[in-house]
Design a protein around this ligand. Structure first.
Ligand code: CP3
Length: 354
């Protein structure tokens, strides 16, 4: 192992297969973790949610830390992801955030005009989102065997919630701003990229050992629009995080046609969803980047032999090449059987590196 190539990690984490894979170094088995590995499919999480709302959990660092640890204990994954949400920065920005029952996020003061953009408040991550950094500091004291992943939303995906006022299918208001009022769009993206970059850097300085930038909905765009309206802003965040000397994961879905541009924007590791075979996606990206993915989250509802076949297919396609982190192509769905999630961890670890 060429540990000397891994910068600035405490000795305990040099043994981490996850960090090794981020740096495209060989590992004994493929590291595995799951997006949304903490959440409603877990009985331990549901028990806590009976007493606290999602935002209350985030606001209480001890509880957020406890929820972060639940899947680490229950599943044996190779990384922990901080329990938080990509929309938390909307609160200090002044947009408002609420998770309405069964409806997903609601942002009460959506941004639609230049005046709205100018009225966004400046955000100081340590004072305005300090509870997130406190959870990270608690977790670094408690996690001994696996590294901690911090995260933020990418400017496009966060902007889509801030403009639409919640979740969206067509991104009509978002795209309308892009195409009809580009000066408003660019002013909003400029502001968001500064806030999100400061927030991510604060997480790294608090102890996050890797960070993931979630551009979950960017696949709604064609490559030309991505390059003009999104790439420079994602690039700022990814580059600022990179300067802090931790591996950076750049994730999106529906991104088959965007992969080369996402790579140009940045990231040591690029997320692949399930719509492209892992080896084809890696070929499009090139050998000088690691990949993360790419099991369809709905496969976790299938019988075990089918799950095993699909997991093996992905590992066969990775073909033992250093730099593959096993994950789903998107987050774990509600009602996913916990035993099947645990089974995937075991199947990946048992497969080893062939
Ligand atoms: O375990 C982990 O992955 C860490 C925690 C985490 C949450 N949200 C907690 C959460 C992470 C990494 C996120 C990221 C996030 N949040 C994304 C990007 C990832 C993705 O799935 O695309 C997005 C788009 C959001 C915004 C968001 N948060 C939506 C649209 C919703 C509602 C939809 C839903 O699943 O109910 C949330 C709520 C949310 N954030 C939950 C969790 C565990 C739902 C559970 C609850 O209400 O307790």
């Amino acid at each position: 192992m060429e540990n000397s190539k891994v910068p600035n990690h405490p000795v305990s984490t040099l043994q981490s297969s996850f960090l090794q894979a981020c740096h495209r170094l060989p590992t004994d088995s493929t590291p595995v973790w799951f997006m949304r590995q903490a959440g409603r499919y877990m009985p331990e999480y549901r028990a806590i949610r009976e007493k606290y709302s999602l935002i209350e959990i985030c606001h209480h660092p001890e509880i957020a830390a406890e929820v972060t640890l639940q899947p680490v204990r229950a599943l044996g994954v190779d990384a922990a992801i901080l329990f938080a949400d990509i929309l938390l920065p909307a609160i200090p920005l002044g947009v408002g955030l609420e998770f309405a029952k069964g409806e997903g996020p609601v942002l009460q003061n959506p941004v639609r005009t230049m005046e709205d953009v100018m009225n966004l408040r400046p955000v100081n991550p340590e004072s305005d989102l300090g509870y997130v950094m406190d959870a990270i500091r608690i977790l670094r004291g408690e996690l001994t065997d696996v590294p901690l992943i911090g995260f933020c939303g990418a400017p496009f995906t966060v902007a889509s919630y801030i403009i639409e006022g919640g979740s969206s299918r067509e991104f009509l208001k978002t795209k309308a701003m892009m195409y009809s009022a580009p000066e408003v769009w660019h002013a909003l993206m400029e502001k968001l990229s500064v806030v999100l970059s400061d927030y991510l850097v604060a997480q790294i300085r608090a102890g996050a050992q890797t960070v993931q930038v979630f551009d979950s909905w960017v696949g709604a765009l064609n490559p030309q629009d991505y390059e003009e309206f999104v790439l420079p802003y994602s690039q700022k965040i990814l580059q600022d995080a990179k300067k802090e000397n931790v591996p950076v994961i750049h994730f999106g879905t529906n991104t088959t046609t965007l992969l080369p541009l996402m790579k140009r924007a940045g990231g040591d590791v690029i997320g692949l969803d399930w719509r492209i075979p892992l080896d084809d996606g890696w070929k499009l990206l090139g050998d000088d980047v690691a990949v993360q993915g790419n099991l369809d989250p709905t496969i976790l509802f299938a019988p075990l032999p089918e799950i095993k076949k699909r997991v093996h297919d992905i590992l066969d396609r990775a073909n033992g090449k250093p730099g593959h982190i096993f994950n789903l192509g998107h987050g774990i769905l509600q009602n996913t059987p916990v035993d099947n999630v645990k089974a995937v961890v075991d199947i990946v670890h048992e497969y080893g590196i062939k």
